[in-house]
Design a protein around this ligand. Structure first.
Ligand code: BGC
Length: 435
């Protein structure tokens, strides 16, 4: 959407594959103490044809706020073994992916054993390949029936989510390394503080898109966390996290559980900066329910300069990327320190990356980002791992296939994967650190 920052819009929207290597013995799965070096994907963004998902319908209706539909995405629904093989060949020891609630419960109360088996096979295969599977139970998408019934605003939303999480846990919790209930449930709250508020015309189009999806669902509502006013939905989401954590723990008590929050490196501007208020509003409600979590997941894509009531533009002297964004690869180190200080929990970097068609930028980004995290570790911050976003160039929500966050390029027609030099570099760094 013209004039609207990609992540902001999402928030308001409320050579060829290398030959497969031989499997390693299961004993190579990293121990609990091992630092995780990983790459991440999310189901809707890579699998393709996720028909039962709320987002899929929003991509189809008129008007739509999506630049293009997700379509076949990276066809990872069928090519997931190839994706896992790449992660392994790079020398990483962790793969983060999501299970798709819309596939597992496409109609309310109807659970798909076949899809539970599918994701359980992914978990098992990761372990066979010596990779720790970090599994996200909700990466933005919910089933269409859930959105059409009121989403996180329905009174029984926490129980519905917990019931689904329990099914997933029963099918695969034994093999999961770390579980994330939610991915960035706080993203939409960031809109209020954005330096680039969404223009009224874009808001109107978003509303029209959501209304069209409600009509197409035969409902008077279509409620998604990232499409609309998030405030009334947050109590449902935070209660869902608590209920899901209990449901998963009831299946496997020693599985480390957390959730991931979108946190930029916030920097106060001026003596009256509202940084504390901003943090309280955007992270506070989530930190409050993470008291019994095992870790906090952080996802960082840069720095925010916080004025009195909202973020302000980057200072004139900021180093700029070709697309105009400011260049702060070391932002993640500061966020890791902040997240630990604010919660007292160990921190897992579940996403950090850069939208760069020019891979040389990513090759410069990764060493600085990793060094900033390692400096925090040296200063005593307990960091469980660094997971880069993303393994693949994938479907970037409203922006379609334009942005390039991937360590690996994907041919849009043949789905052939091409490992980029930044991926090889990242793998070397990871292996060098592991010795
Ligand atoms: C999300 C991803 C997204 C990435 C880059 C994060 O907000 O978790 O789904 O692709 O940022 O935009």
């Amino acid at each position: 959407m013209a004039g609207v920052d990609r992540r902001r819009a999402m928030g308001l929207m409320a050579g060829g594959t290398a030959a497969l290597a031989l499997p390693r013995p299961a004993s190579a799965v990293p121990s609990r103490e091992a630092f995780l070096w990983g790459a991440a994907t999310a189901g809707h963004q890579v699998e393709g044809n996720n028909y039962a998902a709320d987002m899929w319908l929003l991509e189809q209706v008129t008007p739509t706020v999506f630049k293009e539909p997700s379509g076949d995405a990276c066809d990872s629904l069928h090519r997931w073994r190839e994706d896992i093989a790449i992660v392994r060949r790079l020398g990483l020891n962790c793969y983060r992916f999501s299970v798709e609630w819309p596939r597992i419960e496409p109609a309310k109360g109807q659970f798909s054993q076949a899809y539970l088996d599918h994701y359980a096979a992914m978990v098992d295969h990761c372990r066979d390949q010596g990779l720790a599977p970090v599994v996200t139970f909700n990466h933005f998408t919910t089933p269409r029936w859930f959105a059409a019934a009121g989403g996180w605003e329905q009174p029984d939303a926490p129980q519905l989510f917990a019931r689904y999480c329990e099914r997933v846990a029963r099918a695969m919790a034994g093999g999961i390394s770390h579980a994330l209930t939610f991915n960035e449930p706080n993203l939409a709250l960031g809109g209020k503080w954005s330096a680039t508020p969404m223009p009224p015309a874009a808001i109107a189009k978003m509303r029209a898109c959501v209304a069209a999806a409600a009509r197409a669902s035969g409902s008077d509502r279509y409620s998604l966390l990232n499409a609309g006013d998030p405030e009334p939905m947050i109590p449902g989401v935070t209660a869902a996290h608590v209920a899901a954590r209990a449901a998963i723990r009831a299946v496997r008590g020693d599985l480390p559980i957390g959730m991931s929050l979108a946190i930029p490196d916030n920097v106060p501007v001026g003596a009256d900066s509202g940084i504390d208020r901003k943090r309280q509003e955007i992270y506070g409600p989530f930190f409050a329910v993470m008291d019994k979590d095992d870790f906090v997941g952080v996802q960082t894509y840069g720095r925010a300069w916080v004025g009195r009531d909202r973020d302000v533009p980057a200072p004139a002297g900021a180093v700029r990327l070709p697309g105009g964004g400011a260049w702060y690869p070391d932002a993640i180190g500061n966020v890791v320190r902040y997240a630990h200080e604010a919660t007292g929990k160990p921190v897992l970097v579940t996403e950090n990356g850069i939208d760069a068609a020019d891979d040389t930028l990513r090759q410069r980004f990764i060493p600085s980002a990793v060094a900033s995290v390692q400096a925090a570790v040296r200063d005593g911050v307990p960091v469980l791992g660094y997971i880069h976003w993303s393994l693949l160039d994938n479907f970037e929500w409203l922006s379609g296939y334009g942005p390039k966050f991937g360590l690996v390029a994907v041919d849009r027609t043949t789905f052939a994967r091409s490992v980029k030099p930044s991926a090889t570099l990242f793998g070397r760094i990871a292996q060098g650190q592991r010795g």
